[in-house]
Design a binder for this molecule. Structure first.
Ligand code: NAD
Ligand code: LMR
Length: 330
Protein backbone atom coordinates (compact mmCIF):
# COMPACT_ATOMS: atom_id res chain seq x y z
CA UNK A 1 0.00 0.00 0.00
CA UNK A 2 1.37 3.47 -0.88
CA UNK A 3 1.13 5.78 2.13
CA UNK A 4 0.50 9.50 1.85
CA UNK A 5 3.71 11.36 2.68
CA UNK A 6 3.84 13.18 6.00
CA UNK A 7 4.79 16.87 5.75
CA UNK A 8 7.64 17.64 8.14
CA UNK A 9 8.68 21.28 8.56
CA UNK A 10 12.10 22.10 9.98
CA UNK A 11 13.06 25.68 10.81
CA UNK A 12 16.71 26.67 11.02
CA UNK A 13 17.31 23.95 8.46
CA UNK A 14 20.74 25.23 7.45
CA UNK A 15 22.06 25.27 11.02
CA UNK A 16 24.14 22.64 12.75
CA UNK A 17 21.20 20.80 14.35
CA UNK A 18 19.40 20.93 11.01
CA UNK A 19 22.35 19.23 9.36
CA UNK A 20 22.31 16.43 11.92
CA UNK A 21 18.52 16.10 11.78
CA UNK A 22 17.37 16.20 8.18
CA UNK A 23 19.15 13.07 6.99
CA UNK A 24 17.68 11.03 9.81
CA UNK A 25 14.17 12.31 9.13
CA UNK A 26 14.59 11.47 5.44
CA UNK A 27 15.87 7.98 6.23
CA UNK A 28 12.82 7.11 8.33
CA UNK A 29 14.06 7.52 11.88
CA UNK A 30 11.53 10.19 12.85
CA UNK A 31 8.29 8.48 11.89
CA UNK A 32 9.12 4.95 10.83
CA UNK A 33 10.77 2.96 8.08
CA UNK A 34 7.53 2.76 6.08
CA UNK A 35 6.46 6.43 6.25
CA UNK A 36 7.33 8.66 3.27
CA UNK A 37 8.06 12.31 4.06
CA UNK A 38 8.01 15.69 2.36
CA UNK A 39 10.52 18.10 3.90
CA UNK A 40 9.72 21.80 4.22
CA UNK A 41 12.80 23.80 5.15
CA UNK A 42 12.36 27.27 6.62
CA UNK A 43 15.35 29.60 6.80
CA UNK A 44 16.01 33.30 6.98
CA UNK A 45 17.07 34.81 3.62
CA UNK A 46 20.80 34.58 4.51
CA UNK A 47 20.37 30.85 5.22
CA UNK A 48 18.59 29.90 2.00
CA UNK A 49 21.69 29.14 -0.07
CA UNK A 50 23.14 26.85 2.58
CA UNK A 51 19.72 25.14 2.90
CA UNK A 52 19.82 24.54 -0.85
CA UNK A 53 23.19 22.88 -0.39
CA UNK A 54 21.76 20.60 2.29
CA UNK A 55 18.86 19.76 -0.03
CA UNK A 56 21.36 18.84 -2.76
CA UNK A 57 23.02 16.41 -0.36
CA UNK A 58 19.62 15.00 0.62
CA UNK A 59 18.96 14.36 -3.08
CA UNK A 60 22.34 12.69 -3.37
CA UNK A 61 21.40 10.19 -0.66
CA UNK A 62 18.54 8.85 -2.83
CA UNK A 63 16.47 8.14 0.27
CA UNK A 64 13.53 5.96 -0.78
CA UNK A 65 11.20 7.66 1.74
CA UNK A 66 11.98 11.26 0.78
CA UNK A 67 9.38 12.50 -1.70
CA UNK A 68 9.77 16.26 -1.91
CA UNK A 69 11.84 19.15 -0.50
CA UNK A 70 10.64 22.75 -0.29
CA UNK A 71 13.04 25.53 0.72
CA UNK A 72 11.58 28.87 1.70
CA UNK A 73 11.93 31.95 3.88
CA UNK A 74 8.14 32.29 4.09
CA UNK A 75 6.57 30.76 7.20
CA UNK A 76 3.15 30.39 5.53
CA UNK A 77 4.71 28.25 2.79
CA UNK A 78 6.85 26.24 5.19
CA UNK A 79 3.92 25.33 7.46
CA UNK A 80 1.38 24.77 4.68
CA UNK A 81 -0.17 21.38 5.44
CA UNK A 82 2.52 20.59 8.03
CA UNK A 83 1.85 17.47 10.09
CA UNK A 84 5.03 17.73 12.18
CA UNK A 85 6.99 20.93 12.83
CA UNK A 86 10.42 21.04 14.39
CA UNK A 87 11.17 24.63 15.39
CA UNK A 88 14.95 24.67 15.63
CA UNK A 89 15.95 28.13 14.32
CA UNK A 90 16.17 30.70 17.09
CA UNK A 91 17.99 33.88 17.97
CA UNK A 92 21.04 33.00 20.05
CA UNK A 93 22.16 35.18 22.95
CA UNK A 94 24.98 37.50 21.89
CA UNK A 95 27.33 39.66 23.94
CA UNK A 96 25.60 42.38 25.90
CA UNK A 97 22.13 40.89 25.43
CA UNK A 98 19.90 40.83 28.49
CA UNK A 99 17.40 38.03 29.10
CA UNK A 100 14.55 40.40 28.16
CA UNK A 101 16.27 41.22 24.85
CA UNK A 102 16.67 37.51 24.12
CA UNK A 103 13.02 36.79 24.90
CA UNK A 104 11.90 39.74 22.78
CA UNK A 105 14.09 38.70 19.82
CA UNK A 106 12.73 35.17 19.99
CA UNK A 107 9.20 36.46 20.39
CA UNK A 108 9.70 38.07 16.97
CA UNK A 109 10.38 34.58 15.56
CA UNK A 110 8.06 32.27 17.50
CA UNK A 111 5.01 34.60 17.56
CA UNK A 112 4.76 34.80 13.75
CA UNK A 113 5.65 31.10 13.38
CA UNK A 114 2.88 30.18 15.84
CA UNK A 115 0.45 32.26 13.80
CA UNK A 116 1.63 30.67 10.55
CA UNK A 117 1.10 27.22 12.09
CA UNK A 118 -2.35 28.29 13.25
CA UNK A 119 -3.33 29.47 9.78
CA UNK A 120 -1.64 26.89 7.55
CA UNK A 121 -0.76 23.61 9.28
CA UNK A 122 -2.70 20.36 8.99
CA UNK A 123 -5.33 19.57 11.64
CA UNK A 124 -3.11 16.92 13.21
CA UNK A 125 -0.04 19.21 13.54
CA UNK A 126 2.48 18.27 16.25
CA UNK A 127 5.07 20.89 17.16
CA UNK A 128 8.40 20.42 18.91
CA UNK A 129 10.36 23.53 19.89
CA UNK A 130 14.12 22.99 20.12
CA UNK A 131 15.37 26.58 19.75
CA UNK A 132 16.23 28.21 23.06
CA UNK A 133 14.82 29.31 25.39
CA UNK A 134 12.78 26.31 24.27
CA UNK A 135 9.99 26.23 26.88
CA UNK A 136 9.14 29.90 26.59
CA UNK A 137 9.54 29.95 22.81
CA UNK A 138 7.05 27.07 22.73
CA UNK A 139 4.71 29.07 24.97
CA UNK A 140 4.91 32.07 22.63
CA UNK A 141 4.19 29.90 19.57
CA UNK A 142 1.33 28.13 21.32
CA UNK A 143 -0.34 31.33 22.48
CA UNK A 144 -0.16 32.68 18.93
CA UNK A 145 -1.99 29.61 17.62
CA UNK A 146 -5.38 29.80 19.36
CA UNK A 147 -7.08 27.38 16.93
CA UNK A 148 -4.55 24.59 17.54
CA UNK A 149 -5.10 22.42 20.64
CA UNK A 150 -2.55 23.57 23.23
CA UNK A 151 -1.21 20.05 23.77
CA UNK A 152 0.19 20.00 20.23
CA UNK A 153 2.94 22.42 21.28
CA UNK A 154 5.85 20.83 23.13
CA UNK A 155 9.38 21.83 24.14
CA UNK A 156 12.41 19.58 24.08
CA UNK A 157 13.76 18.17 27.34
CA UNK A 158 14.49 14.77 25.81
CA UNK A 159 18.17 15.66 25.46
CA UNK A 160 18.30 16.30 29.22
CA UNK A 161 16.41 13.04 29.77
CA UNK A 162 18.88 11.10 27.61
CA UNK A 163 21.81 12.77 29.36
CA UNK A 164 20.41 11.71 32.73
CA UNK A 165 19.89 8.13 31.53
CA UNK A 166 23.50 7.96 30.29
CA UNK A 167 24.94 9.29 33.57
CA UNK A 168 22.83 6.90 35.66
CA UNK A 169 23.81 3.90 33.55
CA UNK A 170 27.48 4.78 34.02
CA UNK A 171 27.15 5.20 37.77
CA UNK A 172 25.13 2.01 38.25
CA UNK A 173 27.30 -0.01 35.85
CA UNK A 174 24.40 -1.09 33.66
CA UNK A 175 23.47 -0.58 30.02
CA UNK A 176 21.25 2.39 29.18
CA UNK A 177 18.27 0.20 28.36
CA UNK A 178 18.20 -0.87 32.01
CA UNK A 179 17.52 2.72 33.11
CA UNK A 180 13.81 3.50 33.12
CA UNK A 181 11.35 6.10 34.44
CA UNK A 182 13.78 8.99 34.72
CA UNK A 183 12.09 12.39 34.85
CA UNK A 184 13.23 15.86 33.90
CA UNK A 185 11.04 18.45 35.64
CA UNK A 186 10.78 22.13 34.76
CA UNK A 187 12.75 24.23 32.32
CA UNK A 188 15.36 23.27 29.71
CA UNK A 189 17.91 25.35 31.58
CA UNK A 190 20.36 25.00 34.42
CA UNK A 191 17.44 25.02 36.91
CA UNK A 192 15.93 21.79 35.51
CA UNK A 193 15.53 18.93 37.97
CA UNK A 194 16.57 15.44 36.83
CA UNK A 195 14.71 13.10 39.22
CA UNK A 196 16.05 9.62 40.02
CA UNK A 197 13.75 8.85 42.93
CA UNK A 198 11.09 7.23 40.75
CA UNK A 199 13.55 5.75 38.29
CA UNK A 200 14.19 2.04 37.97
CA UNK A 201 17.72 0.92 37.25
CA UNK A 202 18.45 -2.73 36.60
CA UNK A 203 15.12 -3.56 38.26
CA UNK A 204 15.93 -1.63 41.46
CA UNK A 205 14.79 1.76 42.69
CA UNK A 206 16.92 4.41 40.95
CA UNK A 207 18.25 6.08 44.06
CA UNK A 208 19.19 2.76 45.66
CA UNK A 209 20.86 1.63 42.44
CA UNK A 210 23.24 4.59 42.67
CA UNK A 211 24.09 3.68 46.26
CA UNK A 212 21.55 6.04 47.90
CA UNK A 213 24.33 8.58 47.54
CA UNK A 214 22.73 11.96 48.22
CA UNK A 215 26.09 13.78 47.91
CA UNK A 216 26.68 12.26 44.45
CA UNK A 217 23.17 13.24 43.48
CA UNK A 218 23.46 16.85 44.61
CA UNK A 219 27.11 17.57 43.85
CA UNK A 220 27.61 15.54 40.69
CA UNK A 221 24.54 14.14 38.96
CA UNK A 222 22.10 17.05 39.06
CA UNK A 223 24.61 19.75 38.01
CA UNK A 224 26.21 17.39 35.45
CA UNK A 225 22.89 16.92 33.66
CA UNK A 226 21.61 20.47 34.14
CA UNK A 227 24.83 22.09 32.95
CA UNK A 228 25.76 19.57 30.26
CA UNK A 229 24.77 21.96 27.48
CA UNK A 230 27.27 24.54 28.75
CA UNK A 231 29.91 21.83 29.19
CA UNK A 232 29.50 20.70 25.58
CA UNK A 233 29.81 24.30 24.38
CA UNK A 234 33.02 24.69 26.39
CA UNK A 235 34.63 21.41 25.31
CA UNK A 236 33.37 21.14 21.70
CA UNK A 237 33.48 24.85 20.99
CA UNK A 238 29.88 24.79 19.74
CA UNK A 239 26.55 23.82 21.24
CA UNK A 240 25.36 20.23 21.07
CA UNK A 241 24.10 19.36 17.62
CA UNK A 242 24.04 15.62 16.87
CA UNK A 243 22.79 14.75 20.36
CA UNK A 244 20.18 17.52 20.15
CA UNK A 245 19.03 16.26 16.74
CA UNK A 246 18.93 12.71 18.12
CA UNK A 247 16.78 13.87 21.04
CA UNK A 248 14.41 15.66 18.66
CA UNK A 249 14.04 12.42 16.70
CA UNK A 250 13.43 10.50 19.94
CA UNK A 251 10.87 13.06 21.17
CA UNK A 252 8.72 12.93 18.04
CA UNK A 253 9.17 9.18 17.52
CA UNK A 254 8.01 8.49 21.07
CA UNK A 255 5.12 10.96 20.79
CA UNK A 256 3.89 9.30 17.59
CA UNK A 257 4.71 5.66 18.33
CA UNK A 258 4.24 5.43 22.12
CA UNK A 259 6.35 4.76 25.20
CA UNK A 260 7.31 1.19 25.98
CA UNK A 261 5.38 -0.69 28.69
CA UNK A 262 6.99 0.00 32.06
CA UNK A 263 8.74 3.19 31.01
CA UNK A 264 8.03 6.86 30.47
CA UNK A 265 9.77 9.87 28.95
CA UNK A 266 10.14 13.60 29.64
CA UNK A 267 8.48 16.29 27.53
CA UNK A 268 7.95 20.01 27.96
CA UNK A 269 4.17 20.34 27.70
CA UNK A 270 1.46 22.82 28.64
CA UNK A 271 0.81 22.29 32.33
CA UNK A 272 -2.67 21.23 33.41
CA UNK A 273 -1.78 22.09 37.01
CA UNK A 274 -0.44 18.61 37.85
CA UNK A 275 2.16 18.46 40.63
CA UNK A 276 1.42 22.09 41.55
CA UNK A 277 2.93 23.42 38.30
CA UNK A 278 0.87 26.50 37.34
CA UNK A 279 -1.57 25.82 34.53
CA UNK A 280 -0.58 27.13 31.12
CA UNK A 281 3.22 27.30 31.38
CA UNK A 282 5.26 24.85 29.31
CA UNK A 283 7.14 22.73 31.81
CA UNK A 284 8.75 19.29 31.63
CA UNK A 285 6.85 16.34 33.13
CA UNK A 286 7.05 12.56 33.14
CA UNK A 287 4.71 11.40 30.38
CA UNK A 288 3.54 8.22 28.75
CA UNK A 289 2.49 8.32 25.12
CA UNK A 290 0.08 6.21 23.09
CA UNK A 291 -1.62 6.64 19.71
CA UNK A 292 -0.07 10.08 19.18
CA UNK A 293 -1.23 11.43 22.54
CA UNK A 294 0.54 11.86 25.87
CA UNK A 295 -0.54 11.76 29.49
CA UNK A 296 1.28 13.05 32.55
CA UNK A 297 2.26 10.20 34.89
CA UNK A 298 0.13 10.85 37.98
CA UNK A 299 0.45 9.92 41.63
CA UNK A 300 4.23 10.15 42.09
CA UNK A 301 5.23 10.96 45.63
CA UNK A 302 7.31 14.13 45.68
CA UNK A 303 9.76 14.49 48.59
CA UNK A 304 10.60 17.88 50.13
CA UNK A 305 13.96 17.77 48.31
CA UNK A 306 12.30 17.17 44.95
CA UNK A 307 9.56 19.72 45.69
CA UNK A 308 12.10 22.50 46.24
CA UNK A 309 13.97 21.63 43.04
CA UNK A 310 10.79 21.49 40.94
CA UNK A 311 9.54 24.75 42.46
CA UNK A 312 12.79 26.55 41.66
CA UNK A 313 12.69 25.59 37.97
CA UNK A 314 8.98 26.33 37.71
CA UNK A 315 9.56 29.75 39.30
CA UNK A 316 12.04 30.50 36.52
CA UNK A 317 9.43 29.53 33.90
CA UNK A 318 6.81 31.70 35.58
CA UNK A 319 9.30 34.59 35.48
CA UNK A 320 9.90 34.03 31.76
CA UNK A 321 6.14 33.84 31.12
CA UNK A 322 5.58 37.08 33.01
CA UNK A 323 8.36 38.75 31.05
CA UNK A 324 6.99 37.75 27.63
CA UNK A 325 3.50 38.75 28.78
CA UNK A 326 4.87 42.18 29.74
CA UNK A 327 6.45 42.42 26.29
CA UNK A 328 3.05 41.69 24.73
CA UNK A 329 4.31 38.46 23.14
CA UNK A 330 1.58 36.21 24.58
P1 NAD B 1 22.71 27.32 14.40
O1 NAD B 1 23.02 28.76 14.67
O2 NAD B 1 23.75 26.42 13.83
O3 NAD B 1 21.47 27.26 13.40
C1 NAD B 1 20.32 28.01 13.58
C2 NAD B 1 19.73 28.24 12.20
O4 NAD B 1 18.48 28.88 12.39
C3 NAD B 1 20.57 29.15 11.31
O5 NAD B 1 20.80 28.53 10.06
C4 NAD B 1 19.72 30.40 11.18
O6 NAD B 1 19.87 31.02 9.91
C5 NAD B 1 18.33 29.83 11.36
N1 NAD B 1 17.31 30.79 11.78
C6 NAD B 1 17.44 31.84 12.62
N2 NAD B 1 16.29 32.49 12.72
C7 NAD B 1 15.40 31.83 11.96
C8 NAD B 1 14.03 32.04 11.65
N3 NAD B 1 13.36 33.09 12.12
N4 NAD B 1 13.44 31.17 10.82
C9 NAD B 1 14.11 30.14 10.29
N5 NAD B 1 15.42 29.90 10.54
C10 NAD B 1 16.05 30.73 11.37
O7 NAD B 1 22.12 26.77 15.75
P2 NAD B 1 21.94 25.23 16.19
O8 NAD B 1 23.18 24.76 16.82
O9 NAD B 1 21.34 24.47 15.07
O10 NAD B 1 20.88 25.41 17.38
C11 NAD B 1 19.59 25.86 17.14
C12 NAD B 1 18.86 26.16 18.45
O11 NAD B 1 18.70 24.97 19.22
C13 NAD B 1 19.61 27.14 19.37
O12 NAD B 1 18.64 28.02 19.93
C14 NAD B 1 20.16 26.23 20.46
O13 NAD B 1 20.39 26.93 21.66
C15 NAD B 1 19.03 25.25 20.59
N6 NAD B 1 19.35 23.97 21.26
C16 NAD B 1 18.37 23.44 22.05
C17 NAD B 1 18.59 22.24 22.69
C18 NAD B 1 17.52 21.62 23.56
O14 NAD B 1 17.81 20.59 24.21
N7 NAD B 1 16.29 22.12 23.65
C19 NAD B 1 19.80 21.57 22.55
C20 NAD B 1 20.78 22.13 21.71
C21 NAD B 1 20.53 23.34 21.07
C1 LMR C 1 22.02 22.11 25.26
O1 LMR C 1 21.34 21.72 26.22
O2 LMR C 1 22.93 21.44 24.76
C2 LMR C 1 21.72 23.48 24.64
O3 LMR C 1 20.45 23.91 25.03
C3 LMR C 1 22.79 24.45 25.03
C4 LMR C 1 22.61 25.78 24.34
O4 LMR C 1 22.66 26.80 25.06
O5 LMR C 1 22.45 25.82 23.11
Amino acid sequence: MTRTPVNVTVTGAAGQIGYALLFRIASGHLLGADVPVNLRLLEIPQGLKAAEGVAMELDDCAFPLLRDITITDQAATAFDGANVALLVGARPRTAGMERGDLLAANGGIFGPQGKAINDNAADDIKVLVVGNPANTNALIAQRNAPDVPAERFTAMTRLDHNRAVAQLAKKAGVTVDEVKKVTIWGNHSATQYPDVFHAEIGGKNGFEAVGSDQAWLEDFFIPKVAKRGAEIIEVRGASSAASAANAAIDHVHTWVNGTAEGNWTSMGIVSDGSYGVPEGIISSFPVTTKDGKFEIVQGLEISDFSRAKIDASVAELVGERDEVAKLGLI
